[in-house]
Design a binder for this molecule. Structure first.
Ligand code: FES
Ligand SMILES: [Fe+2]
Length: 350
């Protein structure tokens, strides 16, 4: 146990743990927020995202100040959010901007819709649900591969009826490759190094990979299983709270951006990058062509990623149902998961 761990931490039930709100959370893909308001939920808090005419993004509590219906059911009109019900308008700061039937002797009610710090970075929209004064001192998880011309991205959305702790434990426990044998993602994992502190857990496994992306046509291994050959690779999984990252050898990098919506429901974005770093000739070509290659191959691992997600979600939902029926702690042998549970509890206690 790291020396700074409070002995009381870890005794609570991790399946009922809350989130530490003083982090940036990815709540939507940039492409999901266009001209109309977009409603999301982050840990029981409905939030509406919308853009003003200059494309600046705003995040407000999704609650009309009049009768508390969702503002996301309305429309963006003249850089304000117009509620669907009676047409009250709220500006980007959360102030009431207009009430269409206000009589001359009536005053605009004094109320303010809560606004949240929001950022757009690496293809995602990030919200800071905690103490807004801390937002500037923290950064969303950096995903440099999103823009980098040497990486091909695939995104799969995870929506599961389970507490987020089940999902992060799944992602940190590489012994569950057993579940994915038909997809041939990795094999023979062995946990070798485990590091943990109050901000992250990192587990390093020795494993075998089916893929080696060293020739341009190696990408076809993603589609044709017969081209795959097992070989040893390092498999590292990290939990830089509240998100997850992983590398398999030099060829693959995967992120999971957590957006826990409720105590028994979790959304997350799984982003898989295939590296083109090994193709030195490709790097000498004009950037426009490299961008074309990157964009044309976007989603090339979609079938694989969606298939893995579907298998995992079934397990997580089973675990949640079993927990609700009888909250018996599992018989866990992977010590990485003990560190994960401890980190969740430490973060909530902060
Ligand atoms: S509830 Fe929104 S305008 Fe009335
Ligand atoms: Fe999995």
């Amino acid at each position: 146990m790291p020396p700074d761990v409070d002995p009381a931490v870890g005794r609570g039930d991790v399946r009922q743990a809350g989130i530490n709100p003083n982090h940036w959370y990815a709540v939507a893909r940039s492409s999901e927020v266009t001209g109309q308001p977009h409603g999301v939920t982050l840990w029981n808090e409905p939030i509406v995202l919308f853009r003003t005419h200059d494309q600046t993004l705003h995040a407000l509590a999704d609650r009309c100040p009049h009768r508390f219906v969702k503002l996301s059911r309305g429309a963006v009109v003249d850089d304000t959010l117009e509620c669907a019900y009676h047409g009250w308008r709220v500006d980007a700061t959360g102030q009431i901007a207009d009430i269409p039937y206000l009589e001359s002797q009536q005053k605009v009610p004094n109320c303010q819709v809560r606004s949240f710090p929001v950022r757009e970075q690496d293809g995602f929209i990030w919200v800071f649900p905690g103490d807004a004064t801390l937002a500037a001192s923290r950064e969303p998880l950096a995903i440099p591969e999103w823009q980098h011309l040497n990486y091909i991205a695939t995104v799969s959305v995870i929506d599961c009826e389970a507490h987020f702790s089940f999902l992060i434990e799944n992602l940190m426990d590489m012994y569950h490759g057993h579940l994915h044998q038909d997809y041939q993602a990795w094999a023979d994992p062995k946990l070798e190094v485990l590091e943990a502190d109050g901000d992250r857990v990192e587990a390093r496994y020795q494993a075998q990979s089916y893929y080696r992306i060293d020739k341009i046509w190696s990408i076809s291994q993603l589609f044709f299983p017969s081209l795959r050959r097992l070989h040893p690779e390092r498999l590292t999984v990290s939990y830089p709270y509240p998100n997850w990252t992983s590398t398999l050898g030099d060829d693959f990098k995967i992120y999971c951006l957590f957006s826990p919506t409720h105590a028994t429901r979790t959304r997350a974005y799984l982003i898989h990058f295939t590296s083109l770093n090994a193709f030195h000739r490709l790097h000498k070509l004009p950037d426009g062509f490299r961008r074309f290659v990157k964009d044309s191959l976007f989603g090339s691992a979609q079938k694989l990623l969606d298939g893995l997600v579907e298998q995992d979600v079934a397990m997580l939902e089973d675990e949640q149902v079993a927990y609700l029926k009888q909250p018996t702690p599992p018989r866990e042998l992977n010590r990485a998961l003990i560190s994960v549970q401890r980190l969740i509890q430490q973060q909530v206690a902060q």
